[in-house]
Design a protein around this ligand. Structure first.
Ligand code: NAP
Ligand code: ZN
Length: 352
């Protein structure tokens, strides 16, 4: 298959900084859309991948799954997009499209395994897929999203992962007017969870370790802020929440959040991948029919619904625009929870 070389930024190993690389993009197939990438958000998953935190990174790794750009070419069978359209790509670029999950528009739970935007098995070129820290991407039309015209395209980029990852559980657990929602951690996912839960009409409380984020949380729409390290503040919200979206990226004690659930409430883990330590205590769960659940991004149709909702409600991410060359410093700041609240790479800096 014919390919084009494009500039990208990626990691050659877990211990070396990201640097400029060259990667191949496939020729545009009949069902493909080629996108000139304008902006790419920086997700904590990018950092986990670059550093091999999850143990399955394949190098060279080119992260980036919050992609917004301009369509530069479409295949002969493409119907949804034309050259010049603004388009977006999130965490998925392919799936089997035939299994029960895919038929149910839950491509993220494809029973044969979805193709991740980066680090997935590339069905066309072999090897693994490369993400949005690059000049261009070629994606099959089904996995390309339409971007509402009224929103700032740079601030839309984080909706493609941080947005949908928090939207999907909010919708699945029926959050709406009257719901009491807790959000743990005010980073990329957390700030979108606050905005989207508020947009859905819920009352929202942020749990944070960082007292300095209180004013920001309220400006983002949070009704209350609980400092999670303060026992008295935690006790004050005991038995209160219907749904808690926990975005913390590293191992932490989930039991204190279970204590803040109302009867039949659910803590949804979306951040940390791995065994819980300390372990979950089942007694408080049994005594209150409480659940600890988890959730992965969202399907393509659901992602489009979220984008359209954001267009209608003028919801975007709070961003700090960076150059591609600043990515290693951005990762350092992300490790210190010093992101307000999503870095977005201006991809013109890579093309210059
Ligand atoms: P982020 O911007 O770095 O935000 C994480 C926040 O969690 C921080 O701002 C901090 O908030 C809190 N935090 C960080 N370290 C902590 C620790 N050791 N203990 C307690 N709290 C801590 O990260 P993100 O991009 O939102 O991503 C969050 C996690 O979700 C990552 O692990 C990422 O891989 C994962 N993720 C999952 C999915 C999915 O589909 N399930 C999708 C995307 C990302 P405070 O300062 O307020 O405490
Ligand atoms: Zn992500």
């Amino acid at each position: 298959m014919e390919t084009t070389n494009v500039k990208a930024y990626g990691a050659e190993s877990a211990t070396t900084p990201l640097k400029q690389l060259t990667i191949a993009r496939r020729e545009v197939l009949p069902t493909d859309v080629e996108i000139d990438i304008l902006f790419c958000g920086v997700c904590h998953s990018d950092l986990h991948t670059a550093k091999n935190d999850w143990g399955f990174t394949q190098y060279n790794a080119v992260p980036g799954h919050e992609i917004v750009g301009r369509v530069t070419s479409v295949g002969s069978q493409v119907t949804k997009f034309k050259v010049g359209d603004l388009a977006a790509v999130g965490c998925l670029v392919d799936s089997c499209r035939t299994c029960a999950s895919c038929k149910d528009e839950l491509e993220q739970y494809c029973l044969t395994g979805f193709t991740g935007t980066y680090g997935g098995a590339d069905k066309h070129l072999g090897g693994h897929t490369f993400g949005g820290y690059s000049e261009k991407i070629v994606v099959t039309e089904h996995f390309v999203l339409k971007v509402p015209e009224n929103l700032d395209p740079a601030a839309v980029a984080p909706l493609l992962c941080a947005g949908i990852t928090t939207w999907s559980p909010l919708k699945h657990w029926n959050v709406g007017p009257g719901s009491k929602v807790g959000v743990v951690g005010l980073g990329g996912l957390g700030h979108m969870a606050i905005k989207l839960a508020k947009g859905l009409g819920a009352e929202v409380t942020l749990f944070s370790r960082t007292p300095g984020k209180t004013d920001d949380a309220k400006a983002l729409g949070a009704d209350n802020v609980v400092i999670s390290t303060d026992e008295a503040q935690m006790k004050a919200v005991s038995g209160y929440f219907d749904v808690i979206i926990d975005t913390v990226p590293y191992v932490h004690d989930v039991n204190p959040y279970v204590a803040t659930l109302a009867i039949s409430g659910t803590v949804v883990l979306v951040g940390y991948l791995g065994p819980l330590d300390p372990m979950l205590q089942t007694v408080p769960m049994i005594m209150g029919r409480k659940s600890v659940a988890a959730s992965l991004i969202g399907g393509i149709a659901e992602t489009q619904q979220m984008l359209d909702f954001c267009g209608e409600h003028n919801i975007v991410s709070e961003i700090e625009v960076i150059n591609m060359q600043d990515i290693n410093e951005a990762y350092e700041r992300m490790l210190k929870s010093d992101v307000r609240y999503r870095f977005v790479i201006d991809m013109a800096s890579l093309k210059a």
